[in-house]
Design a protein around this ligand. Structure first.
Ligand code: TXA
Ligand code: MG
Length: 314
């Protein structure tokens, strides 16, 4: 577990332009000083991330909104009040001090305040904002433990081990427009919850202008093929060679490995365990992974988004 001196050392590293992996409530992040372009460049190098994929900036103090953005929209503060610290990223027009490498040249920056004590202390002690993508190799399964980070990434200066993350999938990303908001990536915080703060949710207004995460069709992929259990897949698979990610706990006989991600078809519980279960099957001796689909409601939308991207072109 993490001590105060660990956090202080990690913060010192951030100040020196080094790269630190740290837990958030969603997944582990690979962080560097968001205002230091050379430090941010190391993130792209370690992750093998293409430079066109922008990073989320993490803050621990709401006053950083003024520093990092040209925001003059009160709705941002309403959202922050309701959802921060928490798994909601808001895309806002950036100020000059945010280096282009962070936003991949976009005029906007994605910002969130993570709901994790270690993360918040690290950011505060670093006296800056921390740019951090998920701490996995580009396109691969996101890390929900420090071990997952170690397994994939070489060259990280320090890893803060805060145990397993409590949400398990990445933040919901939204952008605001004149009418309301638009979801760029589904996460734990649902459209319905956001609508209680901003009543109108629009679709496809901004997708053509910005590079949204959804544009990358293949993502979150384990090193083994992953299939969503459709009728077609059901008929073809050899269960003796397959690992099953089970939602209902039904029809689980014959698989080489079965992981029941939830006891009572609880979508939040499933989300918490999703990436960890993919890591387990990736490390096991199954030949491929079969995922039972979940209902596309609430967090189920975020789960199916991850499963569809993990199974793309397989
Ligand atoms: O929960 C999370 O959001 C985690 C933790 C570490 O905070 N972070 C995370 O980062 O998932 P990453 O880099 O794996 O995914 C961030 C996504 C990227 O796919 C990127 O396209 C999108 O956010 N993004 C970042 N800035 C953006 C912007 N200005 N406009 C549109 N999309 C943006
Ligand atoms: Mg990621």
């Amino acid at each position: 577990m993490v001590s105060q001196s660990d956090i202080e050392l990690a913060a010192k590293f951030i100040k020196e332009g080094k790269v630190v992996a740290f837990p958030t409530e969603t997944v582990y992040g690979l962080g560097a000083d968001a205002l230091n372009p050379m430090a941010v460049a190391k993130i792209f190098e370690i992750k093998k991330r293409p430079s066109f994929d922008p990073l989320i900036v993490h803050i621990s103090d709401i006053n950083y909104i003024k520093k990092l953005t040209k925001n003059n929209d009160d709705r941002v503060y309403k959202l922050a009040e309701r959802f921060w610290p928490g798994p909601l990223t808001i895309v806002i027009t950036k100020s000059e001090i945010v280096p282009d490498i962070v936003t991949s040249g976009l005029p906007t920056v994605g910002i969130r305040m993570p709901d994790n004590k270690i993360a918040l202390e690290l950011i505060t002690k670093s006296e800056t904002a921390i740019a951090a993508p998920s701490a996995n190799l580009f396109g691969r399964v996101s890390p929900t433990t420090a071990q997952h980070v170690k397994k994939q990434l070489k060259g990280v200066d320090f890893i803060l081990d805060g145990g397993k993350t409590k949400v398990g999938i990445e933040s919901t990303i939204i952008t605001l427009n004149e009418e309301g908001f638009e979801i760029l990536r589904y996460g734990l915080i649902t459209k319905e919850e956001i609508k209680k703060v901003i009543p109108i949710c629009t679709e496809n207004k901004s997708k053509k202008n910005i590079l949204a995460p959804g544009m990358l069709k293949s993502h979150y992929s384990p090193s083994k093929p992953l299939f969503i259990l459709t009728k077609n897949v059901f008929d073809k698979i050899d269960r003796a060679k397959a690992g099953l990610l089970s939602f209902t706990g039904k029809d689980i006989e014959g698989y080489k490995i079965v992981i029941e991600l939830t006891k009572n078809q609880d979508l939040k519980e499933y989300a918490v365990n999703l990436f960890e279960s993919m890591h387990k099957l990736e490390e096991s001796d199954v030949e491929y992974i079969v995922a039972e689909p979940v209902p596309e409601i609430g967090v189920g939308l975020a789960i199916m988004d991850r499963l569809k991207k993990a199974s793309h072109k397989k």
